[in-house]
Design a protein around this ligand. Structure first.
Ligand SMILES: [Zn+2]
Length: 453
């Protein structure tokens, strides 16, 4: 049985934990997660749990804690969140970003939604479980990790490669999802079920070298520029994915006209071109367009090392992103077909997509059931993100990862999660955060205890 809980008191406790976490400046780089990790450890030890610190580099601390279950429900559930945050431009903030300041019902601070909110919520869940003395049906692991914002090297990657036994799980709940998203009058709660893979690709064009004083028509830099121009003006071929098929099927069921007809047309490549170019607002076209194709964005350039020498080769580094079902080699083949066979492509580094074409599972059911209980009008919406999270690493140990760190905004405030994510004035609505605490607890109780609250 789940315990009787005083949610007024627990809500305040959750807010206090989040405020304490926000005051640690864990901007990455350099990260300096250690003091925040020690705080998390002490909060776990305070309720009788043991929590271990793992460090791959000085000050880059991860903290991991396990509540053993009886195993009757299956393999472990991993609750994961990262302790580091992205940098701030203080001059653009209305309130200081590391002081946990409150205004008009909102708590401001770097990390309020990415993702110290989830770290605080998971910490509270662990404390409630420990204090209840209940034995869950499966192990529950909590990992607060370092270094997500700079690619996970000292965080989830380090744990997965060096201490897999500490974090191997059947299911994971992490970012990005669970926030309220109002679209044409309908309130959705995205649940992340997939993320794109990454491929760092070097694209090189060749030409005749020479002296800068005598230009000619066979120059590598000119060839590279032509290719980049074409790349920047093109969309790579569209590919169907289970995640996006489900996403648009739910929008077709729930959106009012005409969006219920328009949005699913994006699954048709020819119509998608026109819709993305002309019919949709630019920010929506950009975010949806990135989820329909592989992408390659030129971000770094290299030519001659001397101003008066025409180089024999010029290259660009491409930030490539691959859809589920696609490999870096598939992406290179698409680039070759678009840009010509005389360019050279070299995959310098890559990571596979996180793929879960069908989200259905007992955990997904628990998330949806709890969401409907706490917001009967809300619509759970499985989705894919174009970026990556710690799920990219934890999924390598065979775990099914869901992004769900629930909180919500009053619809009338017109807050868009995506504007605040890594944005100025990152903030969370305090009532919406408290609502999310109870919802997350409910999901975990439903999934791991005999009954929920
Ligand atoms: Zn994050």
């Amino acid at each position: 049985m789940a315990p009787d809980l005083d949610w007024d008191a627990l809500g305040e406790r959750g807010v206090a934990l989040l405020m304490a976490l926000l005051r640690f400046e864990t901007v990455n780089p350099p990260g300096n997660e250690r003091p925040a990790a020690l705080f998390v450890q002490s909060e776990l030890e305070r309720v009788g749990l043991s929590a271990r610190i793992f460090e791959g580099a000085p000050e880059r601390s991860n903290v991991v804690c396990r509540i053993p279950g009886d195993g009757s429900g299956g393999g472990p559930l991993l609750l994961s969140g990262h302790l580091d945050v992205v940098p701030v431009e203080r001059q653009h903030w209305d309130l200081p970003p590391f002081e946990a300041a409150v205004r008009d019902g909102y708590l401001y601070g770097r990390g309020t939604i990415d993702m110290k909110n989830h770290v605080a919520a998971c910490l509270l869940v662990m404390q409630i479980l420990a204090e209840s003395g209940l034995t869950p049906r499966r192990d529950i692991i909590f990992a607060a990790v370092a270094d997500e914002e700079e690619g996970c090297r000292w965080g989830s990657q380090y744990l997965v490669e060096r201490h897999p036994e500490a974090v191997r799980a059947e299911y994971m709940i992490g970012e990005v999802g669970g926030y309220s998203l109002d679209m044409t009058g309908v309130r959705y709660y995205p649940i992340q079920i997939a993320e794109k893979g990454r491929a760092k690709i070097k694209m090189t064009a060749f030409g005749a070298p020479g002296h800068g004083s005598m230009p000619h028509r066979d120059m590598a830099v000119t060839r590279l520029a032509r290719a980049l121009n074409t790349l920047g003006a093109s969309r790579l071929p569209q590919h169907a994915t289970g995640a996006m098929n489900r996403f648009f099927a739910i929008l077709a069921d729930t959106q009012p006209a005409p969006m219920r007809w328009v949005l699913p047309q994006l699954l048709k490549p020819r119509i998608a071109d026109a819709l993305l170019a002309r019919a949709l607002p630019p920010d929506r076209a950009r975010s949806l367009g990135a989820l329909l194709s592989n992408t390659a964005t030129a971000t770094m350039l290299e030519g001659s090392s001397k101003f008066n020498v025409i180089p024999g080769a010029a290259s660009a580094i491409l930030d490539g992103r691959t859809l589920p079902g696609q490999t870096p080699e598939d992406l290179v083949a698409e680039l070759r077909a678009l840009l010509g066979a005389d360019l050279q492509f070299e995959v310098l580094d890559s990571a596979p997509p996180v793929e879960q074409p069908d989200p259905a599972s007992p955990l997904y059911d628990a998330i949806c059931a709890s969401l409907r209980q706490h917001d009967p009008e809300g619509v759970p919406l499985p989705y894919m993100i174009p970026g990556f999270t710690d799920a990219a690493w934890f999924s390598r140990l065979g775990c099914r990862c869901y992004g769900f760190s629930p909180h919500r905004y009053p619809a009338e405030d017109n807050i868009r999660f995506t504007d605040l994510f890594h944005g100025h004035n990152e903030r969370i609505h305090l009532d919406g955060f408290r609502w999310g605490l109870r919802l997350l607890w409910d999901v975990i109780a439903r999934f791991t205890l005999d009954a929920h609250s």
